[in-house]
Design a protein around this ligand. Structure first.
Ligand SMILES: [Zn+2]
Length: 410
């Protein structure tokens, strides 16, 4: 047995052998198409570094195996062939828990969104209630779209708080008190019977905008989400950067003023204390009423209310200071502002750009574009779909093309 396995390993799978090289090339092409949705053969060659002839042969092989679909298109006025993963190859599901809503989307591997629905939900109250509602909504959407449950490859799950990478539990219980000690991925996987991949809302917003929205075509991006806190999802060279503890992107706790207001993290003068709703709304409530919300402030600012314009502009300047620090450290080519604050448009984006050009080193600021998110409240749930596409691995997809591939050697 051992002898046999060693023999197979040497003849079939030794790194550098023809077979393993071929498989590696197949995986490179599948991975490029998986995250991009569809690419022409020339684009695949550019992004994988493979020759046009190799790409052409590999695409033919993947098409015969049913892994990809090839459709005629035009690129720069010339006829081209657009390659995408076969829509039939599998189904992915996104589940997004916000503080006040639950949203579910169903998509296929060709990046088509087949169904999407959201409902109001007090997520903070009880995790068991939240997971029960998510299970019901997923099952209902799978049924109404007529998808065979066996086709579901995985579920991406977004939660509004940092996930501890080691334990898979929510890192900060002060953000979601009803979720203390819960492992959200295990909980949902137990209910749905498929693999579940979990990430926080800022990382998923970044992935959603990268794959479907304002971040398309770039590899280095920061997605800034301003809600009850201020967070950033960081994409570096096409991948989400989480850090060993999963806390990368906590831009909200950059110190802007050492003697500023005390933050919920215990420090003083964090960016969050100048930009998050809980600190900003009290500035306007005496003049604008006790039930004022951030969405209403944005709406009033757009209608010309001077107080709301002033506050939104100040929020933009402060976020811009944080973005300038981020620019100096990471030099992203694009910053995407998500959440409802993005609907303030130039009222907030202009001051962000002003602060960036004031505080970032000129070479980093010059290359940066600051844009509003293109997906609005859908960014996180679409990012949850993208998370499955990014994490699922290629073995499942290559089964039909390489029926003899042995998982023991991959
Ligand atoms: Zn803080």
């Amino acid at each position: 047995m051992l002898e046999n396995m060693a023999g197979v390993g040497e003849s079939m799978e030794t790194p550098g052998s023809q077979t393993s090289l071929h498989r590696a090339n197949l995986e490179r092409v599948v991975r490029a198409v998986r995250m991009a949705g569809s690419l022409t053969q020339a684009e695949i060659a550019r992004s994988t570094g493979l020759s046009a002839a190799t790409v052409s042969n590999i695409v033919r092989e993947l098409k015969e195996g049913g892994t990809v679909e090839v459709t005629p298109t035009s690129a720069g006025g010339r006829r081209a062939r657009s390659v995408s993963l076969s829509g039939d190859a599998g189904i992915v599901i996104g589940v997004d828990f916000g503080h006040t809503h639950l949203r579910v989307a169903i998509g296929n591997l060709a990046h088509q969104v087949l169904a999407e629905e959201s409902e109001p939900l007090d997520v903070d109250a009880s995790s068991a209630h939240g997971f029960g509602r998510a299970e019901q909504l997923v099952n209902r959407l799978v049924e109404t779209t007529g998808i065979a449950p066996g086709k579901v490859i995985g579920v991406g799950l977004g939660v509004p708080g940092p996930i501890d990478v080691e334990s898979g539990t929510l890192g900060s219980t002060s953000i979601l008190p009803g979720w203390t000690g819960i492992n959200p991925g295990q909980e949902l996987a137990g209910r749905l019977g498929v693999p579940v991949y979990v990430d926080n809302d800022a990382n998923l917003g970044a992935l959603g905008e990268l794959v479907w929205g304002a971040g398309r075509g770039v590899k280095d991006l920061a997605y800034i989400k301003v809600a009850s806190g201020v967070g950033a999802g960081l994409v570096i060279d096409g991948h989400i950067y989480r850090g060993p503890g999963g806390t990368a992107g906590e831009i909200g706790h950059i110190t802007l003023d050492e003697s500023g207001p005390v933050c919920r993290c215990g420090n003083r003068g964090c960016l969050e204390t100048f930009a998050a709703a809980r600190y900003v709304l009290p500035l306007l409530r005496p003049s604008h009423g006790a039930d004022l919300t951030m969405d209403r402030v944005v709406q009033l600012a757009r209608e010309g209310d001077p107080g709301c314009r002033r506050v939104i502009g100040d929020v933009g300047r402060h976020i811009g200071s944080g973005v300038a620090n981020l620019c100096n450290l990471l030099n992203p080519s694009r910053v995407v502002l998500g959440g409802s604050l993005a609907e303030a448009g130039e009222l907030v984006l202009g001051p962000i750009r002003d602060s960036v050009s004031r505080y970032a080193i000129p070479s980093a600021a010059r290359q940066l574009s600051v844009l509003p998110g293109a997906l609005g409240g859908r960014a996180e749930v679409l990012g949850a779909l993208a998370l499955v596409l990014s994490e699922m691995g290629d073995s499942t997809l290559l089964e039909s093309t390489l029926p003899t591939a042995s998982p023991a050697f991959t």
